[in-house]
Design a protein around this ligand. Sequence first.
Ligand code: UDX
Ligand code: ADP
Length: 466
Amino acid sequence: MTKISKICCIGAGYVGGPTMSVIAKKCRDIQVTVVDLNEARIAAWNDPDVNNIPVYEPGLGAVVAEARGRNLFFSTEVDKAIDEAEMIFISVNTPTKTYGAGKGQAADLKWIELCARQIARVAKTDKIVVEKSTLPVRTASAIKDILAHTGSGCKFQILSNPEFLAEGTAIEDLNAPDRVLIGGDSTPEGQEAIQALVDIYANWVPRERILTTNIWSSELSKLVANAYLAQRVSSINSISELCEATEADVNEVARAIGADSRIGSKFLKASVGFGGSCFQKDILNLVYIARSYGLEEVADYWEQVILINDHQKRRFAHQIIKSSYNTVSGKKIAFLGWAFKKDTNDTRESAAIYVADHLLFEQAKITVYDPKVPESQVYSDLNYLGSRTSDENRLGVAVVDDPYEACKGAHAIAILTEWDEFKEYDWQRIYDNMNKPANVFDGRNLLDVAKLKEIGFQVKAIGKAC
Ligand code: UDX
Ligand code: ADP
C-alpha cells in the first residue's frame, strides 16, 4: 500500500492555499509543499505576519501560523517539490477561454497542460497526480496521455478530487466537509491510489463522508454541483423581479418555500447576482460540453441560469438609473462592497464589476469602499472587462478606505456585498452627508429597510416592492 509522506500542490491560490494548509494541520506526518510560479504570491504566503497572506479567509491565518515551517511550506521551486513528492495536487486556475474555439464558454486548460508536461519532465519516480482544479469532464484522459508518453518509465495514477469549499467559509468547509469526492481508475493500481488519498482525508473526515467514484463521475459532479447551486440563485432571483411587481416579499417567499424539507432553506437569498470564480465558469463549461455532444436542449437549459444572472445585474443598475430621474451622468454613486461575497477578498466575476460597468457607461461617478479589496484590484477588474480604457475608468471611479467618505455627497448608495459591518454603520450620519433624495439600493437584502426609511432614505431592496 502507498503511504504518502510528501505532497506537492501546484498553485497557491484560493483553493490550493487553504486546502493544503488544512491538510498540513491535520496530517503532521505529511510534508506539504505548495508551489506557484508567482513569486509575489509565494512571498506573501511566507510573510511572517499572517495578516498579509494573499487569501483573506476567516480562520486561515491561524492554520497557516500553526503549520507553516513545521510541515507546510510555500515555495517557487516547482521542479524540486514535484520531484520529492509521491502525490501531486494540481490546483491551478482554469478560467473561461478568451480566445479561439470555445471562446467565452470552454475552460482554458493551458495551465493544466503545462503542469502535466512539467510533471512529465521532472518526475523520476512513480506519482499519484490529483486534479483539484475544476475541470471539464474527461480532462484526466488528456493528463494521462501526456504522462503516458514521458519515456521515463515512471507510472502515474490520475485521481479527481474536486474541492467543494466555498470562499469565506473555506476553513469550516475543509474541517467538516459534507463529503469528500475521490474519483479514480477501477484497476488495482487505480484503487490503490484512491486508497492512499482516502487515508489522508480519513485523518479527520468520517469514512462514510468520503465518496469514491470513477474518474468521470467525479469530474462531472463538480460541474453539476455548482450548476445546481447557481440554478437555485437564478431561480430565486427570477422570482425577486416578480415579487417587486406583485408586492410579494422575496424573503418571505424564500422562507416559505425553504421550510419545505424537499427544497431546503439554503441558497435562497435573492441578490444582485451570483459571482465568484466557479459558478459562471462551470456552467458555461457544462453548456459547452453539452453542445459539443450535440445536446442543444441540455445546453440551452443550463445557459438560461447565466442569462438570468446577467439580467439581474443589469436590472439592478437600471433601477439605480431610473430612480435618479433617468440620468446618473456626473452623479456620485457610492458602492459598499466589491468582493463577490462577504468574508473574502476575491472579486472574480463579482456582480459589482458589471453594475459599475453599466453605470460608467451612463457616465456616473462611482466611489467604492470594500473592507478587504484594494484599489488596484478594483481598477484591474474594470480593465479586465475590456469595455473601458483604464484612463476612462480612473476618471469615473474612486476607491476609498472609509465608508463614510465613500457615501459623502453621493446621490445613491448601492450595497453590492453583504459584509456584516455595513449593518453596524451610523446610517443617520451617512444620511446627513448625502445628496437628497438619498437613495439606497440594497442588492443583498442586508439592511433594515424600515429603519432606513425612518431616517429619511428612499430604499429599494431586491425582491421588495418598496
Ligand atoms: C461555490 C460553491 O458553493 C462551492 O461548493 C464550490 O467549491 C465553488 O463555488 P463560492 O463561489 O466560493 O463557492 O461561493 P458561494 O457561497 O457558492 O456563492 C456564490 C455566489 O452566489 C456569490 O456571489 C453569492 O453571493 C451568491 N449567492 C449565494 C446568492 O446570491 N444567494 C445565495 O443564496 C447564495
Ligand atoms: P483558484 O481559485 O482555483 O485557487 P487562483 O487563480 O487563485 O485559482 O490560483 C491559481 C494559482 O495557480 C495562481 O496563483 C497561479 O499563479 C498558479 N499557477 C498557474 N499555473 C501554474 C504552473 N504551471 N505552475 C505553478 N503555478 C501555477
